[in-house]
Design a protein around this ligand. Sequence first.
Ligand SMILES: Cc1cc2nc3c(=O)[nH]c(=O)nc-3n(C[C@H](O)[C@H](O)[C@H](O)COP(=O)(O)OP(=O)(O)OC[C@H]3O[C@@H](n4cnc5c(N)ncnc54)[C@H](O)[C@@H]3O)c2cc1C
Length: 203
Amino acid sequence: MLLEVLTPIAKSWPSEWCLEANSLAIQVHGGYGYTRDFPVEQYWRDNRLNMIHEGTHGIQAMDLLGRKVLMEEGKGLQLLGARMQATMARASREPALADHAKALGQALTDVGAATQAAWATGNPTDALANAVPYLQACGHTVLAWIWLDVALTAHAAPDTPARTGRLAAMRFFFHYELPKIGAWLRVVSQRDTTCADLAEDAF
Ligand SMILES: Cc1cc2nc3c(=O)[nH]c(=O)nc-3n(C[C@H](O)[C@H](O)[C@H](O)COP(=O)(O)OP(=O)(O)OC[C@H]3O[C@@H](n4cnc5c(N)ncnc54)[C@H](O)[C@@H]3O)c2cc1C
């Protein structure tokens, strides 16, 4: 059941956000990144496929919100929450990680509340109108959990540049990325139909 709920996230999160790493690699190289002098532009185009094949992003998102989180009355999401709670309990005992554990706890609560709100009318058209932002928010929450787990191991390790880098990457994710879920979950919770309501000829 845990795998059922994690599968659309494991497929889609890297498809969307590791592509961003390829885009930043182009940026770091400046104009040379855009040309074919370095292979980074090729990596971007090759990896752009990942949001399309093996279940497009939109279809994976509908699978998550329309099927996986509903199975056995939300058992998959509960199992995932229990795993996250165990990591949070360990992290909250470390003063340097306690605030991050708290932020993850809030994200998990927000995902749960948005799931309920999305399905409050019981109408799939309302709930699934914002399935992609829901997938993005769930993915970022899962990645925050993974970073907290990495940080727990790094925190206990000897002081090396790699340790410093891992702890900084964790802080970056919590400070710059995790807060984005607020905007994503807002439209989910409000069952916002701005996009779904637009007539085809208005596009
Ligand atoms: C390089 C490459 C290699 C491939 N290799 C294989 C292969 O080896 N074997 C194989 O079987 N296939 C293969 N495919 C096909 C691939 O699986 C399909 O392209 C993919 O499933 C998307 O289907 P589609 O192209 O018909 O897009 P569509 O289904 O038309 O989707 C177009 C867009 O509309 C969205 N969309 C579609 N339906 C809905 C809906 N109901 N609600 C909301 N949004 C929706 C999608 O998310 C997508 O963004 C390959 C494709 C590529 C590009």
